[in-house]
Design a protein around this ligand. Structure first.
Ligand SMILES: NC(=O)c1ccc[n+]([C@@H]2O[C@H](COP(=O)([O-])OP(=O)(O)OC[C@H]3O[C@@H](n4cnc5c(N)ncnc54)[C@H](OP(=O)(O)O)[C@@H]3O)[C@@H](O)[C@H]2O)c1
Length: 330
């Protein structure tokens, strides 16, 4: 595809939100050693995408401007670079593009090492959502949280905050694959939705009980997958079992402070900051769980590449139910 141009969406500087996104025509990238060229079918937007635009990872990310954002894509292999062994032209895949981004475009280069095959039972739209959102839920529950997804262990009491969002909707479903009692928080409009994902109890976060994270049946939590912001450690602490852990997916200064204080005090209750980098094996596991009908992706809304800025704005509003996807096939 050397010399061919493609449609893409990029931004030139920090800030600007959806209005900062520009539709551009740029060269189709060429795959290098160990890389493939993908024709992108779908790209899912995560809050980290617009947080990077806001400058949260400055000066590390973006590596340079103009920058084509979004890392989580599903696509078809259309070219392979030298040394690629596991994939061939025509394969449908799901991948994490990493810090270089490139997802809001017709084509992107992906490393073979980050690609998972996408079977026909998993749509490109759904598959693109499994990357950051799915892997984060899976990692938090099973690696940091130590949960087994096979119901062989004693009952674990879990709280998922923002069970209606991108990470939370996977966390509720994955948690229910283990021997668990799951409480989740969400807005009033999503209570039935989050119950339908398998949550045993659901709290409206705008009620006093919801804000206090009080389980209606008086559960204390062994594990909290904290998928929103603005809840202080002092609210979590009385709701935890003696060895309860809160895994904070949006760690700020308060998280690191309380993490350190708990360590110094040898507290058995813990607040753990977590940043997840998606791994291929995790994407593969999630794909197989979707294929087996054990979990599903719920789509809030989809947008063609020509209206990607609307999906960006929707994600920035913070009221997504499930995931926002840009369908890149033009
Ligand atoms: N650490 C990591 O590696 C990692 C990975 C992925 C995501 N994250 C972070 O995790 C957070 C969640 O990501 P996401 O993709 O799930 O976000 P998201 O999909 O945008 O979350 C939106 C959902 O959160 C709900 N919500 C907002 N405030 C709430 C509250 N106080 N209590 C309960 N629910 C609330 C909203 O419900 P309403 O519409 O009813 O308000 C909406 O359904 C973000 O901060 C993201 O950056 C971190």
């Amino acid at each position: 595809m050397a010399g061919k141009l493609m449609q893409a969406v990029s931004y030139d500087s920090y800030g600007g939100g959806s209005a900062g996104l520009k539709h551009v025509e740029i060269p189709v990238p060429a795959p290098g050693n160990g890389e493939t060229l993908l024709k992108i079918e779908a790209a899912s937007i995560n809050p980290i995408d617009w947080k990077i635009q806001k400058g949260v990872a400055r000066p590390v990310l973006p590596r340079k401007f103009p920058y084509v954002p979004v890392t989580d894509v599903a696509g078809e292999v259309v070219e392979i670079g030298s040394g690629v062994e596991k994939f061939k032209v025509g394969d449908k895949v799901i991948t994490y593009l990493g810090g270089g981004g490139g997802g809001l475009a017709e084509y992107a280069v992906a490393k073979e090492s980050t690609m998972a095959l996408r079977p026909s039972e998993v749509s490109a739209t759904d598959g693109s959502c499994l990357v950051i959102a799915g892997c984060t839920a899976l990692h938090a529950l099973t690696v940091t949280g130590g949960l087994k997804l096979d119901k062989t262990e004693p009952l674990t009491n879990i709280l998922v905050t923002a069970g209606s969002g991108g990470v939370g909707h996977y966390a509720v479903q994955l948690a229910k694959l283990g021997n668990t009692h799951v409480t989740a928080t969400c807005g009033a409009r999503n209570i039935e939705f989050v119950k339908s994902l398998g949550a045993d109890e659901v709290l409206d976060y705008k009620t006093p009980e919801g804000a206090a994270l009080k389980s209606p049946s008086g559960q204390k939590y062994d594990l909290v997958i904290h998928c929103t912001t603005g809840i202080p450690w002092s609210t979590f602490k009385p709701n935890l079992t003696t060895t309860g852990k809160v895994i904070d997916l949006t760690p700020g200064g308060g998280t690191f402070w309380n993490y350190a204080v708990n360590k110094i005090k040898f507290s058995k209750k813990q607040l753990l900051p977590l940043i997840v980098v998606p791994k291929t094996e995790q994407i593969e596991l999630l794909v197989s769980l979707v294929k087996e009908g054990k979990i599903k992706t719920v789509i809030d809304s989809t947008y063609p590449l020509s209206r990607a800025e609307e999906g960006w704005a929707k994600s920035m509003e913070g009221h997504v139910t499930g995931k926002v996807v840009v369908e890149c096939v033009t």
